[in-house]
Design a protein around this ligand. Structure first.
Ligand SMILES: [Mg+2]
Length: 285
């Protein structure tokens, strides 16, 4: 449950200031695509702006935890972010890398590689006819309709034909923006990734920036950790853009405008003074 009774609208500043003031006790969890990196027509062309990279580096020196949690394969995620001193979770948590360790898939996810590979082999040619590009992320697949000549038709095909076939194959289809993820039937998501990365980390405060359905799993996990007493505070920052789902708008404590707003939140956390350009939004506690 994300929402309880809304109270008066806080500013982004009011919610983020305690983290800025006690960064050593704070965890900063970031999505990449659409949150800190602009969407590109081809996912392999996405780049993290250099200012974001420098802010992440600065935060990593002082915060209890800085992590990127993404649907990308962990190798792609680490290549794009390119900050070795932070933590990463790729493939929605099915691959994890803590600072100073090698990235590795969780064994329960890796066990389904043959089933994932068989599904890719069965569907790649048919998907290509619909303009859908299959990104094989080893423990999951991402089926991209963004590059299709008719993205809406391709999206319908993914949702109404391919998703049921994935279910029949014992896999778990999950919708994203212009994407259908095909995952193994394991209870791993961005939320379990957030829990795993926070485990053993001296963080009492957490902030999560995200823009898509899957980021709601992180937000639910942070709220659960707060309810369980592991966190004193959890702030969820929704990054607005033209494709942002209503659930993200509704689930965020704070909404910021696009990449510039997300950068503003990081700047503020890093101590650069100005509050991010936030929108008033009901506080959910
Ligand atoms: Mg995203």
């Amino acid at each position: 449950m994300l929402a309880s009774a809304p109270v008066t609208a806080p500013s982004a500043l009011a919610l983020l200031a305690p983290l800025r003031d006690d960064l050593a006790a704070a965890a900063v969890l970031c999505d990449l695509d659409g949150t800190l990196a602009p969407i590109a027509a081809r996912p392999q062309d996405v780049e993290l702006p250099e200012e974001a990279r420098q802010l992440v580096r600065r935060l990593a020196r002082r915060a209890a935890l800085v992590a990127f949690i993404s649907g990308r394969s962990i190798h792609e995620l680490m290549r794009i972010v390119d900050v070795p001193e932070i933590a990463y979770a790729g493939n929605h948590g099915m691959e994890v890398r803590r600072p100073g360790t090698d990235p590795a898939p969780l064994p329960e996810a890796a066990a389904f590689r043959p089933r994932i590979a068989a599904f890719a082999a069965d569907w790649t040619a048919r998907l290509a006819e619909h303009g859908v590009w299959v990104e094989d992320k080893v423990v999951t697949l991402s089926l991209h309709s963004r590059g299709a000549r008719h993205p809406r038709d391709a999206g319908d095909y993914l949702n109404h034909v391919v998703a049921p076939a994935a279910r029949d194959a014992g896999l778990v289809p999950t919708r994203g923006r212009m994407i259908l993820e095909i995952r193994p039937p394991v209870r791993i998501d961005k939320g379990t990734a957030a829990r795993a990365l926070l485990d053993g980390v001296p963080a009492r405060l957490a902030v999560s920036l995200g823009d898509d359905h899957t980021d709601l799993d992180v937000w639910r996990a942070l709220r659960a950790l707060r309810a369980e007493g592991h966190l004193a505070s959890a702030v969820t920052v929704g990054v607005l853009g033209p494709e942002v789902p209503d659930e993200v708008r509704e689930g965020a404590d704070v909404l910021v405008d696009g990449l510039e707003g997300a950068l503003g939140a990081l700047r503020f956390l890093a101590g650069d003074g100005r509050p991010p350009a936030g929108r008033d939004t009901p506080l959910r506690r």
